[in-house]
Design a protein around this ligand. Structure first.
Ligand code: PRT
Ligand code: ZN
Length: 285
């Protein structure tokens, strides 16, 4: 039987979340000792554990049909792969940073400067697009120490909370790109693999939608139901059930996590009470 080979990071920031996503999609992978390759017991996939830097190349060459990695790494390696889906985890930004006491007016600051980075491809594209003439010093890691040891005057690196920059006396001055984990695929994969990938993407979407939405239940006076339905339109429309107490209903709907706090005051103003917000495990639109 055909299987879809998916490459994920062997160990690092993306590994646990990648496995967790596959698990939420109902795919059972033996935990084991993470050999190079393992099979799922209930879905036609094989998991290849690799360094994230190698995933674009393996997917381009068809050694793996698909891969999960940071968008930054996909862009940096610039291989012939399709970006299929954003996965909503490992969010970060790639930014230029300089010593905190330096005066910074605009991007022209970087002309004639040396910038240390592990992402020379993305940086050189940015410098060209912005007409800047800076030298790139490529280093493998610990980029944030480069200005302190006199290797470069600025850095271009991944920033998440900003505490690494702060600890190293640096400040972020230009945001170059935002990144999150993405699913990539080989554009020429065989139809059998593409069909499995389609099923996997369907499941990933159900998991992602569920994570972004909540099930909401509340009690409200019957006279407010129209106004509340307008605030909580739900998937098709809300469910209304009569309460035993005359003149009151229970309303069930779905609300986006991000919108919940915006509507809560309006719901209360319309007399809603006993509001319950419950997580959703899977959501198929
Ligand atoms: O061994 P392998 O090559 O597989 O792993 P790796 O060391 O190259 O990658 P890893 O595991 O560090 O990161 C994998 C991916 O996670 C990256 O390519 C990004 O897409 C994503 N990601 C998300 C991050 C961060 N957040 C992050 N904060 N990658 C790195 N960092 C580092 C950053 O380099 C800097 O040193 O964390 C520091 C900054 O964090 P803050 O919170 O102090 O700002
Ligand atoms: Zn790496």
């Amino acid at each position: 039987m055909s299987k879809l080979k998916i490459a994920i990071q062997k160990s690092g920031r993306l590994s646990e979340k990648s496995l967790e996503l596959l698990k939420q999609c109902g795919i059972k992978i033996a935990n084991g000792d993470r050999k190079l390759i393992t099979s799922a017991s209930n879905f036609p996939v094989e998991i290849l554990y690799l360094r994230d830097d190698d995933i674009p190349q393996y997917v381009e060459q068809g050694v793996a049909d698909a891969g999960i990695l940071g968008e930054n790494e996909v862009l940096e390696k610039n291989k012939k792969v399709e970006q299929l889906q954003r996965l909503g985890f490992a969010g970060c930004r790639l930014a230029l940073a300089i010593p905190k006491d330096e005066q910074y007016l605009d991007k022209s600051y970087f002309n004639g400067k040396k910038i240390a980075t592990s992402y020379p491809g993305i940086l050189s594209k940015y410098l060209i697009e912005n007409g800047l003439d800076a030298e790139i010093e490529e280093i493998g890691g610990s980029v944030e120490i480069a200005p302190g040891i006199g290797l470069a005057q600025a850095i271009f690196d991944i920033v998440s909370t900003g505490s690494t920059l702060l600890m190293n006396g640096l400040k972020e001055v230009e945001l170059v790109m935002r990144s999150e984990a993405v699913l990539i695929g080989n554009p020429d994969m065989a139809q059998a693999q593409r069909n499995i990938l389609k099923q996997l993407c369907f499941r990933i979407n159900a998991v992602k939608n569920a994570g972004e939405n909540k099930y909401i239940l509340l009690n409200a006076p019957s006279s407010s139901i129209d106004a509340i339905c307008a605030l909580l339109p739900g998937m098709k429309s809300p469910t209304i059930l009569p309460l035993v107490q005359d003149g009151w209903c229970s309303l069930h709907s779905v609300v986006q996590e991000a919108q919940f706090w915006d509507v809560i005051d309006q719901l209360k103003a319309h007399g809603a009470e006993g509001i319950l917000v419950v997580p959703i495990e899977k959501m198929i639109l």
